[in-house]
Every structure is written in structure tokens, then in C-alpha cells.
Design a protein around this ligand. Structure first.
Ligand code: FEO
Ligand code: CA
Ligand code: CA
Ligand code: CA
Length: 660
């Protein structure tokens, strides 16, 4: 249990770029907004940085010193655990009284014929039968399809979906070394392993004698990879820009890439979201091809960090210029039918989807919220054309193919409008290159820009709090925002620590065209970083940096996972809990701390709140860390075994609910 020196170097793969060419809004508009905001607040000078806790339902308690060192004092929080101390270690840790169980690791066999994991003998065939790399989004569903006679509540069994977002080439294979050259050095066979390490897994899990385990060979177990055939549906299906030499109809694509976060539907399917696919495509056409401008808007470059395009033709833009148009979508997967074909739902738009969370509008239509995770990109919402049918699950099968995609425009007065991305409306005309709705969804980013959407500080997870119906948006950071580019919803220049917005749909209806919004918290170290906003009793251990994925327990408390805290704040990534209402609103407490180099993602609570599932992604991802000498060998700590991204289950030792 060694504490490591801090701070570390930058992680190797993160999109630090900016694809939105001119995120700045006209300065006149900005000034006018600020003036009107001040007027609305009766001339309060601090309008733009109005503290989050001012929105609290109850007044915050008297100020308390941040450095009390008294981690046992829950203060006004409803969370009963003693919070951890910020530190940085090869090992992970959780609050006292809780236990970490390693549920499934990269390479663990999923099927009866799966070979045992041997990192020195990896093949594409073996990886395609084992749990993939860099787990992210987790969904925990009942063991039988909802609405079926068998679909009884059973808290000891579940079917789990897990995304496999990307690969750390230098930590997966011996002899590759580190740095940008490493990925260029790998062999064609290793690229094939990486293809199989992407995608997602369906795996049945079971709790026996208080311990969660995955069930090898279970009926529903399935691996989805970068080569699993998927149907393309919705407005982009069959579009000229979706056609390739392997798929002249433009309706069938092999695999999904960089699936980060996701969501579920009310009818029991998974929505899994393609994010940083741009890193896997390369070739001179990025600069010179007919689609160069569109590539650029999605961050596609001639020489990406990964070597795939050198070994696999379809990732080479010079050979298959349309292949990247077939990625960046939300994929719907039926976890209850291992033979089902996943479907890319193009009506939901093409961008770097972080996740896709559902809510139901007052009239029964399904509403899906999704953030585009890049600096200065947008927040989107899709509303189905028809209500979902709880009594006829088959009737919902293609519900996500018809509806309205919108993009958010935040106003300085605390409201926001959802602007529809509909071909033929406003600037989305043939003169601007939008001949069909297919054009609009393929270039959703450019369409959003033309409509005047608000460029945000990297929208990560968006989740609805089941207790208050409010929608929470994690904006992870944006160190590139200048003082001239701040606005009310992104109020900090050089926002290296991020913030969380709280949106309230008008009339409590997720289908409404407008909403109100407020800042729930602004991350960073209180008293050190400018503009932080927490509950005043947040301790010296409870502040956080780079919020990414969030989850809610059945009491409506928020659980915030972070990604990037080591670089931004010199602390390990972790998971923090906080009340969203009452005296403890916004009082974040550190519950779990990741091992060196790892981010925490995929947080989800079991239906009885007694287990918290987390994905621990990219352990050992630090500059200079290699297969031979990783900065951690979490979770096995076996000589010669590289670090293994894993899903963990956290339980309370006395069997109680997480957080008390
Ligand atoms: Fe894959 Fe936006 O994190
Ligand atoms: Ca991630
Ligand atoms: Ca994320
Ligand atoms: Ca992230």
C-alpha cells in the first residue's frame, strides 16, 4: 500500500482538442446577456457566479473550517460513512465498513470454451471470448426481460451490461513501450486483439454468501466487438455517405467503437454510446479528401494515435472515406436475446456521445438526454414521435427511429431552450448542405452550431434524479475556455475542474421545449481554485475535480465519479456522494478512491441500494507506464500480470444500504 509521488503526467488518450471552430459568441450578445442577468437579479454584481447553494431548499449551516481533519463528522449530510483521505496509491480504497469485491476483470472467460487469460498469449480469438478492455458504462438489469412472467425481482441475480471503451496498447502488450510511437509499432495481429477488446459484454452475475461473482457460460453471456454486425436504422440508413465497398447499401456496419457511457430504455434494452471514434481513423484524406471539413469537425486527423488505419483498410480514409460516418452513434442492444442484431439508432444524432439516459415525458413519449464530450460541444435531447407501450414490448422495437433531436441553448436568465434539429427548418437547408434529415444527423455538430447551441465545458454524463425529476449534467472540464468565452452556464475561464448543472424541465415535463437550470456545484479545491461552489461544510477531503459519470440511489442522493482529477488537482480519481436536497445538499464526501492512473466510471446501484457497481478504467495509465513496469498491477498484484481494468462491487459489511 504505497502512496505514490504526485502529481503524475497526463493520461495518454484523452481528446484534448477542440473540433468546434468558433465557439465564441458575439461579444455584444454576451454583454447584453450579462446586463439583463444583472437586472433580473436586482443589480447583483456577482450574478454570473451565483452560488449553487443559494438554490438549496434549506439554508446551509454556519461556515466551518475546511481543514477540520474530522472525517467522522458527517455534518448535515445524510451519508453516514467516514470519508476517505485524499491520497494517491497503487491500490484502491473505500470508506471504513465497506468491502470491495472484484467482479470481473479484463480477460476473464465468459463462455465455457473461453481460454483462460494469458497476457503473453493474446489472440483475437481468445479476446473475443473474454471480458474486454477498459470497462465503462454498466447497466444492471433483472435476470429476465421486464414485463415477462419470469421477470420477478431477485436481488441476488442480474444481467449486467458493460462497455469496453478503448485500449491502452502499451499496457496490454509486452515490448510495445510507451508514448505515441507505441501504437504505431504494434503488429497487425495486435490490432486484431484491440478490435476484439472493444465493444461490450453481457454477463450474468450472482450473489452467493454476500459475494458477487460472474457466471461463466451463463445463457445470456455475450461479447460485442468492433466486428459484430450491426444494423443501421433511422434517417442516415442507406444515405450515400454511409455506403462503403463492404456495405454498398449503407445499412450494415461492423462493430461499435469507443463506447463510453450509455443508458437503458423502459422496455429493457441497452443504449451504448460511441464516443472518441476519431482516434481510430487516419489517412491523407483527413486533410485533402472531399469530406475533410466534416472530418475536422469530428476531430479526425491524418495521423491519429492508433495504428489501426495502417493495418485495416476500413479505418483508412483514403480507402473508405465513408467508414467514419458509420461511428459516433447510439447503439441499441437487446441483452435478453444473445442472437439479436444490435442497431445503430441514427435519429439520435452523430457526435461523441458520452451517454444516453432516458426519461418519460408527461404524454408517454420517451426522452433521451445525451452530451457530446469535447470542449465547446453541445448537449442534445431526443424525443420519440410516439409514446412507448408498456403492454406491448414489441411495439417499442423501432420507437427510437422516429422523433425530434434537439440541442440546448442556455440563457443567462437561468432558462434553456431545446432547439429542434430538423431538416428544412431555420438554417438546416440544402444551401447549407442539409438535403435530408440524414445529412442533419450525420453532421449534428455543424447543425447545432448553425442553430446557435451553447458550447459547453465537455458534457459527460446526464442523469435524471428519480426523486426530484431534475436532470444533472456533468461538465468535466474545459481548460481552453477564455475569459471572453464565459457564459452563465459555463461561468469559469480555464475551467480545469468542471461543474455540474441541474436542469428542471418546465412543468416537470421532460418533453417540454424549455427548462430552468442552475449550477449544482463547481469543482476544484475551495479556497484555492477560483469560483468553486460547494456546501459550506464540504471538508478538505470532500472536494472533487473533473466530474464525469453520476448515479442516484433510491433516496435521490447523487454519486459522482471523476476522471482527470490527478492531472487537474493532484488527487486520485474517486467516487463522491452528496445529498441533492435538505441540509446536506451539495455536501460531497469521498467514498471510494481509484488505484493509480485509473478513472472511476459506470456507477450504478443495485435496485436494493445494497451494492454499488463501478468500472475501474485504465489502471496504470500514466506517462512512462508500460506492460513491463506499470505504475500499478491492480487488481491482481501478481508479478508479471499487467493492470486489468475491472468491474468492482462495493457492499456494506453489515449488509446495509450504500451510504446508510
Ligand atoms: Fe469516455 Fe467522455 O468519457
Ligand atoms: Ca472513460
Ligand atoms: Ca466518461
Ligand atoms: Ca471522461
Amino acid at each position: 500500500m504505497t502512496d505514490l509521488p504526485m502529481p503524475r503526467d497526463l493520461p495518454e488518450i484523452e481528446d484534448t482538442g477542440r473540433s468546434n471552430p468558433d465557439p465564441r459568441r458575439p461579444i455584444g450578445e454576451l454583454i447584453a446577456e450579462r446586463l439583463s442577468r444583472r437586472a433580473a437579479l436586482g443589480g447583483l454584481a456577482a450574478a454570473v457566479l451565483a452560488p449553487a447553494v443559494a438554490q438549496a431548499q434549506a439554508p446551509a449551516p454556519a461556515p466551518r473550517a475546511h481543514d477540520t481533519g474530522n472525517a467522522n463528522d458527517a455534518g448535515p449530510s445524510s451519508l453516514g460513512f467516514a470519508e476517505l483521505r485524499h491520497r494517491y496509491s497503487q491500490r484502491d480504497s473505500v470508506a471504513e465498513g465497506y468491502e470491495i469485491q472484484t467482479l470481473i476483470r479484463w480477460g476473464d472467460p465468459l463462455f465455457n470454451d473461453s481460454p483462460a487469460f494469458d497476457p503473453l498469449k493474446q489472440t483475437a480469438a481468445s479476446q473475443s471470448r473474454q471480458f474486454g478492455y477498459n470497462c465503462d458504462f454498466i447497466a444492471v438489469l433483472p435476470p429476465f426481460r421486464p414485463g415477462t412472467a419470469q421477470g420477478q425481482r431477485d436481488v441476488d441475480r442480474a444481467v449486467m451490461w458493460v462497455n469496453h471503451e478503448y485500449t491502452n496498447t502499451n499496457l496490454m502488450f509486452p515490448g510495445v513501450g510507451t508514448g505515441p510511437e507505441a501504437r504505431a509499432r504494434i503488429t497487425a495481429a495486435q490490432v486484431q486483439v484491440e478490435l476484439m477488446a472493444h465493444g461490450g459484454s453481457v454477463v450474468e452475475i450472482r450473489r452467493e454468501a454476500g459475494r458477487w461473482r460472474h457466471v461463466k457460460g451463463a445463457r445470456l453471456n455475450r461479447r460485442i466487438t468492433a466486428e459484430t454486425p450491426m444494423r443501421i436504422s433511422g434517417p442516415a440508413a442507406g444515405h450515400a455517405r454511409m455506403k462503403t465497398s463492404a456495405d454498398p447499401a449503407g445499412t450494415l456496419v461492423l462493430g461499435m467503437l469507443n463506447n463510453c457511457a450509455g443508458g437503458t430504455t423502459p422496455w429493457g434494452t441497452i443504449l451504448t454510446c460511441e464516443e472518441n471514434f476519431n482516434f481510430l481513423f487516419g489517412g491523407a484524406a483527413a486533410d485533402t479528401g472531399a469530406q475533410a471539413a466534416a472530418y475536422k469537425r469530428y476531430g479526425i486527423t491524418a495521423s491519429p494515435p492508433y495504428a489501426w488505419f495502417r493495418h485495416v483498410d476500413r479505418f483508412n480514409l483514403d480507402r473508405e472515406p465513408n467508414e467514419p460516418n458509420r461511428f459516433g452513434w447510439v447503439v441499441e442492444i437487446d441483452p435478453y436475446d444473445p442472437a439479436s442484431t444490435p442497431v445503430k439508432r441514427t435519429a439520435l444524432g452523430r457526435f461523441k456521445h458520452e451517454g444516453c439516459t432516458h426519461a418519460v415525458a408527461a404524454d408517454g413519449r420517451v426522452v433521451l438526454y445525451s452530451g457530446d464530450d469535447e470542449r465547446f460541444e453541445f448537449i442534445y435531447r431526443f424525443v420519440t414521435a410516439r409514446p412507448w407501450d408498456p403492454n406491448n414490448l414489441a411495439a417499442n422495437r423501432d420507437l427510437l427511429d422516429e422523433g425530434t433531436l434537439s440541442v440546448a441553448k442556455f440563457e443567462a436568465n437561468g432558462t434553456l431552450a431545446w432547439l429542434p434539429l430538423v431538416q428544412g427548418q431555420g438554417p438546416l437547408t440544402p444551401e447549407n448542405g442539409f438535403h435530408t434529415q440524414g445529412d442533419v444527423v450525420i453532421e449534428a455538430r455543424r447543425a447545432g452550431t448553425l442553430l446557435g447551441a451553447t458550447p459547453m465545458d465537455r458534457p459527460e454524463d446526464i442523469e435524471t434524479n428519480p426523486m426530484n425529476g431534475k436532470v444533472y449534467v456533468a461538465l468535466t472540464n474545459n481548460g481552453n475556455r477564455t475569459a471572453q468565452q464565459v457564459d452563465a452556464a459555463n461561468p469559469r475561464a480555464r475551467n480545469t475542474h468542471g461543474h455540474i448543472l441541474e436542469m428542471t424541465p418546465t412543468g416537470g415535463d421532460h418533453g417540454a421545449a424549455t427548462a430552468n437550470w442552475a449550477i449544482f456545484l463547481a469543482a476544484g479545491k475551495p479556497g484555492v481554485d477560483p469560483g468553486t461552489q460547494y456546501h459550506r461544510a464540504t471538508s478538505d477531503q470532500g472536494w472533487l475535480s473533473c466530474p464525469d459519470n453520476v448515479a442516484f440511489d433510491s433516496k435521490g442522493r447523487i454519486w459522482i465519479a471523476t476522471d482527470g482529477a490527478p492531472d487537474a488537482a493532484g488527487i486520485a480519481d474517486g467516487l463522491y456522494g452528496a445529498d441533492t436536497a435538505g441540509l446536506g445538499r451539495g455536501l460531497t464526501k469521498l467514498f471510494y478512491q481509484a488505484p493509480a492512473g485509473a478513472e472511476v466510471c459506470g456507477p450504478v446501484l443495485a435496485s436494493d441500494d445494497k451494492t454499488l457497481f463501478l468500472s475501474i478504467q485504465h489502471p496504470g495509465e500514466e506517462r512512462g507506464s508500460t506492460y513491463e513496469t506499470p505504475t500499478t498491477r491492480w487488481p491482481d498484484f501478481t508479478p508479471g500480470m499487467p493492470p486489468r481494468p475491472s468491474v468492482i462491487a462495493i457492499v456494506k459489511k453489515d449488509g446495509g444500504a450504500i451510504g446508510g
